[in-house]
Design a protein around this ligand. Structure first.
Ligand SMILES: Nc1ncnc2c1ncn2[C@@H]1O[C@H](COP(=O)(O)OP(=O)(O)O)[C@@H](O)[C@H]1O
Ligand SMILES: O=C(OP(=O)(O)O)[C@H](O)COP(=O)(O)O
Length: 395
């Protein structure tokens, strides 16, 4: 059993809440999709209502252990303040004197947002000293960052060893819904993978092969598989060192009797730019200096047919660079297919959730998970490190 926020005494306490505010930003640096911020509101509001001092911590992007102004959390603080209808104090550091002083000045019910925890290398290394520095800021710890629960980092795992720790409401809800989907999925069980985090997520496929009936691969992920089939992909996003693995996974899928579908046509352009002139080509005709940036209409049709006949669908990773109009049709077409399907539909990932929202069909999904990689690893049957550390061991 996982401990939850209800099991903690929070009134008047300093509560460190790990949230996943890793949200997409627009060209001006403003929050482009606030799904993940809204998803954390029940926990934050619960703590405000109980007169806790709410100290929020998150990462944004992958600044690789260094301060990077592009990944500061100020725009997130502004959006959160609007959503809560009260001030949110943004601190420019996440450990040390500056946060300590801000926290000393807090009244019950106040909210502080710390700076990006990934500005310190100790975060991703799960460095004990850094975890202790975070723990020093608070009396209790709540983890509501389901989207980052598959990472054993200082703010998601390490810190929980040094404070009374429990899951927030979002974390609890995600685990409940995904467990139900996993326990007895209505078949056919179809998984759709796409997006850009290829090396991160390609390993997941091996475990999914034992669970699903069909696997549809699009987006950046598909390029590596198409390369493994021998197609030339021009300048497309492609992980050359994962091509052999892709080939091996396709062989395993065949052995396991899992239907594995790749794109049959692609939307290509000279560059990933909003004003680019896209062209639809069959997978064997990507021009040398061009990039595959979306799945083509024939592929959408094929994927939609699988979704139509499915009992359960999990989808993580956009089918193309949907942020730009010329490359959005594949992702939006698939989103619509899921919305129209009678299947249980579970969509996961920060960008995928944003895409479904942008397509206007978010309300027609069974569940939108705030975690992409996290929901995939959970559905593989893995115990996520950020969850394991919240288990009630009776201590
Ligand atoms: N063919 C492609 N080439 C380059 N980038 C792509 C391609 N297809 C999708 N993407 C990008 O993948 C990103 C999302 O990937 P990822 O982070 O794995 O998804 P999520 O956040 O939903 O888990 C989007 O920003 C999208 O532009
Ligand atoms: O956006 C996230 O994951 P996702 O893209 O798999 O949904 C999480 O915030 C984790 O980020 P990370 O993959 O940089 O560790």
């Amino acid at each position: 059993m996982i401990k939850t926020i209800r099991d903690l005494e929070v009134t008047g306490k300093r509560v460190l809440v790990r949230v996943d505010f890793n949200v997409p930003l627009d060209q001006e640096g403003n929050v482009a999709d606030d799904t993940r911020i809204r998803a954390a509101l029940p926990t934050i509001q619960y703590l405000i209502d109980r007169q806790a001092r709410v100290i929020l911590a998150s990462h944004l992007g992958r600044p690789k252990g260094k301060v990077d102004d592009r990944y500061r959390l100020d725009p997130v603080a502004r959006r959160l303040s609007e959503l809560l209808g009260k001030p949110v104090v943004k601190v420019d550091d996440c450990v040390g004197d500056e946060p300590r002083q801000a926290i000393d000045g807090m009244q019950p019910g106040d909210v502080v947002l710390l700076e990006n925890v990934r500005f310190y290398p100790g975060e991703e290394k799960n460095d004990e000293k850094f975890a202790r520095q975070l723990a020093e800021l608070a009396d209790v710890y709540v983890n509501d960052a389901f989207g980052t629960a598959h990472r054993a980092h200082a703010s998601t795992e390490g810190v929980a060893h040094f404070l009374p720790a429990a899951a927030g409401f979002l974390m609890e809800k995600e685990i409940t819904v995904l467990s139900q989907a996993l326990s007895n999925p209505t078949r056919p069980f179809v998984a759709i993978l796409g997006g850009a985090k290829v090396s991160d997520k390609i390993g997941v496929i091996e475990n999914l092969l034992g669970k699903v009936d069909a696997l549809l691969i699009g987006g950046g992920m598909a390029n590596t598989f198409l390369a493994a089939r021998g197609f030339a992909l021009g300048k497309s996003l492609l992980e050359a060192d994962r091509v052999a693995l892709a080939r091996d996974l396709m062989a395993r899928a065949e052995k396991a009797g899992v239907k594995l579908l790749l794109p049959v046509d692609l939307v290509v352009a000279e560059a990933a730019r909003p004003e680019a002139e896209p062209r639809v080509v069959p997978v064997d005709s990507v021009p040398e200096e061009w990039m595959a940036l979306d799945i083509g209409p024939k592929t959408v049709e094929t994927f939609a047919a699988e979704v139509h006949d499915a009992g359960t669908v999990i989808w993580n990773g956009p089918m193309g660079v949907f942020e730009m109009a010329p490359f959005a049709a594949g992702t939006f077409g698939l989103a619509k297919a899921l919305a129209d399907s009678k299947a249980t539909t579970i969509v996961g990932g920060g960008d995928t959730a944003a895409a479904v929202e942008k397509a206007g069909v978010a309300g027609r999904m069974s569940h939108i998970s705030t975690g992409g990689g996290a929901s995939l690893e959970f559905l593989e049957g893995k115990v996520l490190p950020g969850v394991a550390v919240l288990m009630d061991t009776g201590k």
